[in-house]
Design a protein around this ligand. Structure first.
Ligand code: FAD
Length: 412
């Protein structure tokens, strides 16, 4: 098939076909102009610190998407370290796109859900002040008829990327590959194929296994899943089973995600500043040695060490585990919360700057925790916490230091 004008779509970290408004626009434009579509997988605009676990997931999502687009004759060129501008600079000597469209991050709302000038510092008034319902998702588009020859592109650019295998630790609470079909299958399983969503409120503070929470965040983090698709499926679940506690709580958590995304957009650099949105003066000790030991999984408390060894081995950590680690980091080790947040951004399989900073700042008492305004950060009593959330010490047995030591030889 002949060339025609090239329409380029830059995915900017959104590695899926489902609910991709920019893909629909790009396809419509290519068809309208009798042109062809080229897809670029570039990193999002904001600088992000991706560690090995998230990069593995991203490579899996990319390989699967490459195969699906290639089947329709649409090339997907991988520029994982490039911004869109840098990728276009590499491309232009070979192909000059007539138009470049950029995919947007998946959010429930297209525009401010609460007016920017009234956007609150804390979550409850945000939730109460929501001015409309989330936008519905778009279906995956029809890709037919855009297949093309791409002789001007080097073969090595068109070659399928290598999909890395699964993570090697079979204790992982997130043992899934990061591709879109797996993400959609997980969504269906959690909502309709198990009692996951129904029981979510009761189980969400769990620490071990795949089923205590939804495990959507790693897929959201690499853009393999749309948050609008999740929301719509939760509504479908509620239409079938009623608005039970589990499904209502899930909506609330998805709104927390939204709150932090829009809050970062409102406050910009201040959102990530050491003094946080409360502009607190620093109250910590810059003990580098203590911090380095912590990054190696040695925080000096067995319950926290077990959480850190799970994080280092798999990149996933339960929400409760993250809270324990961050609270201990701030209150007991008295280290600067931004150091911990930066390390999490590298280590987490679902790292997202706004969600990570928002949660760390909350726990450090400089962000959107209403209790911390004018007071101290909340402090978790770990012994009490473990009694509440892991009375059998299942997590400690799975991830505690002794679990890493070779088993003692059996006595004769
Ligand atoms: C210190 C700390 C750092 C964090 N860093 C990140 C991060 O970098 N990226 C990230 O996605 N989440 C982060 N979280 C939020 C939360 O821990 C994870 O989203 C959740 O554990 C992911 O597992 P899940 O999908 O099974 O969660 P579920 O409990 O099943 O929740 C469903 C979805 O709701 C959203 N959600 C749940 N809890 C939160 C929350 N506290 N804040 C914002 N959204 C939430 C997520 O999109 C999640 O996928 C952090 C929390 C803490 C305490």
């Amino acid at each position: 098939m002949a060339g025609g004008p090239t329409i380029a779509l830059a995915l900017e970290g959104q590695l899926r076909l489902d609910d991709q408004p920019a893909l629909h626009r790009a396809l419509a434009l290519a068809r309208q102009r009798g042109g062809r579509l080229l897809v670029l997988a570039c990193r999002p605009q904001a600088q992000r610190l991706r560690g090995p676990h998230q990069r593995r997931l991203e490579a899996q999502a990319l390989a699967a998407l490459h195969a699906r687009l290639a089947a329709a004759g649409i090339p997907l060129l991988a520029f994982p370290q490039h911004t869109t501008a840098a990728a276009l600079a590499e491309l232009r000597p070979l192909v000059q796109p007539e138009a470049v469209l950029q995919a947007e991050e998946s959010r429930l709302f297209d525009t401010w859900p609460v007016a920017a000038e009234r956007f609150p510092l804390v979550f409850s008034p945000f939730r109460r002040g929501l001015e409309r319902d989330p936008e519905p998702p778009l279906p995956p588009p029809d890709l037919a008829g855009l297949g093309n020859a791409w002789d001007e592109l080097p073969r090595s650019w068109l070659a399928p990327p290598v999909a890395p295998g699964a993570g090697s630790d079979d204790r992982s609470a997130f043992p899934f590959p990061g591709d879109e079909p797996t993400a959609l299958a997980r969504l269906q399983h959690y909502l309709f194929g198990s009692s996951g969503l129904r029981d979510y409120k009761a189980t969400r503070n769990g620490l071990v296994g795949t089923e205590f929470s939804a495990k959507f965040s790693p897929f959201l983090g690499v853009g393999a899943l749309s948050v609008r698709r999740i929301w719509q499926e939760v509504l479908r679940y509620q239409a079938l089973h009623g608005a039970d506690e589990g499904s209502e709580w899930m909506k609330q958590e998805l709104l927390w995600r939204e709150f932090f995304l829009w809050s970062e957009q409102k406050h910009g650099a201040a959102f990530h500043a050491p003094g946080g949105l409360q502009q607190r003066p620093p109250d910590w000790v810059e003990d580098r040695e203590r911090f380095v030991r912590w990054t190696r999984g040695d925080a000096g408390h067995p319950l926290v060490d077990a959480q850190l060894s799970e994080l280092l081995a798999t990149g996933y950590l339960s929400n409760r585990g993250r809270q324990w680690v961050a609270s201990h980091f701030v209150n007991e080790l008295r280290l600067p919360w931004i150091w911990g947040a930066r390390f999490f951004e590298w280590a987490l399989i679902d790292a997202h700057p706004a969600l990570n900073t928002g949660n760390w700042a909350y726990l450090a008492g400089v962000g959107s925790d209403p209790r911390s305004f004018g007071g101290a950060p909340r402090r978790f009593d770990l012994e009490r916490q473990v009694g509440l959330y892991d009375p059998e010490r299942q997590h400690l047995r799975l991830w505690g230091r002794s679990s890493l030591e070779p088993a003692a030889p059996a006595l004769p």
